[in-house]
Design a binder for this molecule. Structure first.
Ligand code: SF4
Ligand code: SF4
Ligand code: FES
Length: 218
């Protein structure tokens, strides 16, 4: 076991654990969207899980740091919160917020993070950004709503883990990136109808099982 100090509290965790996992396991919440327990090489893409670590000049994303004996960590400094709010605001700039008509309402990670950071879901400083989001809607059992997708990649990770090879993947590039079932429709008929792991793991209302009464118009 490894012992570290987080926000002046001594915690214990398993050697090799990520700092984010160690904090979450010990009841210390750090905002996060793209991290999943068991992921070997966390993508570190949402830029929400910043913490300050003694000995480092700049805050670091805690999902990409492995714990070390005696580490001293702060999760709630002004600098950390500023970085988290900026990352969160950028995420929201491409997100169509319409919680009342969203099946994720009240169980959405964005809502949880907004509440934790005391940060509204409606943009204040930034203008909403329009993405080029042409996606196919032909999956037999699943509906993808790109204007709600935070590109966390959890759906791709769980699908690969469960089925060996993901039925869905990132498509396009940079700002226009989306999730796509490209090329996997035939296989999906057999695999997806017994699975739905992707829709279950989606932290927002972006991936839904078709024919659910909750499916809204994208
Ligand atoms: S995904 Fe979350 S924040 Fe976005 S509309 Fe749905 S409930 Fe609201
Ligand atoms: S569909 Fe959901 S799980 Fe997949 S990348 Fe988008 S937000 Fe993440
Ligand atoms: S959870 Fe660490 S960058 Fe997303």
């Amino acid at each position: 076991m490894v012992t570290l100090i987080v926000d002046n509290k001594e915690i214990e965790t398993q050697e090799g654990s990520t700092l984010l996992q160690a904090c979450l396991d010990n009841g210390i919440y750090i905002p996060n969207l793209c991290y999943l327990s068991g992921i070997e090489d966390p993508p570190g893409s949402c830029r929400l899980c910043f913490v300050e670590i003694e000995g480092y000049d700049q805050p670091r994303t805690s999902c990409r740091v492995r714990v070390q004996q005696g580490m001293v960590v702060r999760t709630n400094t002004e600098h950390v919160r500023r970085l988290q709010k900026t990352a969160f605001e950028l995420l929201l700039s491409t997100h169509h917020v319409d919680c009342r008509n969203c099946p994720a309402n009240k169980k959405c990670e964005l809502q949880r993070i907004a509440k934790f950071l005391h940060f509204g879901l409606k943009l204040k400083r930034l203008e909403p950004l329009e993405r080029d989001i042409e996606v196919e809607h032909e999956h037999p059992f699943l509906e993808y709503i790109p204007t709600r997708c935070v590109l966390c990649g959890k759906c791709v990770f769980v699908c690969r883990k469960r089925n060996g090879q993901p039925m869905l993947s990132f498509a396009k590039r940079g700002f226009d990136t989306v999730i796509s079932f490209f090329g996997e429709k035939d296989k999906a008929v057999d695999v997806c109808k017994e699975c739905y792991a992707c829709a279950e793991i989606c932290p927002v209302g972006a991936l839904l099982v078709k024919d659910s009464p909750n499916i809204p118009n994208p």
